[in-house]
Design a protein around this ligand. Structure first.
Ligand code: URA
Length: 235
């Protein structure tokens, strides 16, 4: 029977992404055959009795890949410390134990993926993947040509310089504009910070695409499984 590292076992069982599984282990929430394990080296097989918070974990064979159109006012964690609604509340009718891939702010809407495939979540959110993410934002005022160029060359945000990004003005109103923004990174509140840095703070933000996956007509608050074709596109 194949042995794999504990964190990989947990990720494959759909408990959490590999990174989160490592956190579960180091915080002492995982036991193997009755003993709490906090180090990362241990190899396990399905013959071992693995528990997280006292709950026995079995390998889940059905991998599911979901896209959800998150409304504003939901967090993209499985549980929230302030008991705010989570995207998992919107996916209650999915029988597998899914969790979000990456994140969107509480006040951002749009495309988020859910899965029980920890390896997929790990690969997809790894910085070296650099998947392109497309947002539609309403920003204060109207970004100038210089702002667009600064987006392309990189902006100083706190302690780092952003990778080349695109900004296109789609529509101008009197006091605000609708813009399309494409970034390849996923730092915390990155789009908001970039817009702040050019002096055009975000008023409203929606993610409409991740790589070749597009939200299209999926209604807000609803989810659907990715098609076979879409899965091939992102693999
Ligand atoms: N950038 C942000 O500022 N917020 C998001 O939710 C996603 C990207």
């Amino acid at each position: 029977m194949e042995e794999v590292r504990l964190q990989k076992f947990l990720a494959e069982a759909g408990v959490a992404s590999r990174r989160k599984a490592e956190e579960l282990i180091s915080s002492g929430r995982v036991s193997v055959n009755g003993l709490v394990v906090t180090g990362m080296g241990l190899k396990v097989s399905p013959k071992d009795r693995i528990e997280v918070d006292g709950k026995v974990i079995t390998q889940e064979e059905n991998k599911v890949y979901i896209m959800l159109n998150k409304p504003v006012g939901y967090v993209t964690t499985v549980k929230d410390q302030f008991s705010r609604p989570t995207v998992i509340d919107l996916a209650k009718d999915i029988k597998e134990r899914v969790y979000p891939v990456g994140r969107l702010d509480y006040d951002t809407s749009g495309l988020i993926l859910l899965t029980n495939d920890g390896e997929f979540a790990y690969r997809f959110t790894h910085p070296k993947h650099e998947v392109e993410k497309c947002y539609i934002a309403e920003v204060k005022g109207t970004p100038s040509q210089l702002d667009i160029e600064n987006f392309e060359t990189g902006l100083e945000i706190e302690d780092f310089t952003t990778a080349p990004a695109k900004l296109k003005v789609l529509n101008k109103e009197r006091y605000s504009s609708q813009v399309e923004i494409i970034i390849h990174e996923g730092r915390n509140r990155q789009v908001r910070k970039m817009c702040e840095a050019i002096g055009h703070p975000v008023l409203k933000l929606k993610r409409i695409a991740i790589g070749k996956l597009k939200l299209d007509t999926l209604p807000e608050g609803k989810w659907r499984k990715l098609t076979y074709k879409e899965l091939k596109l992102i693999d």
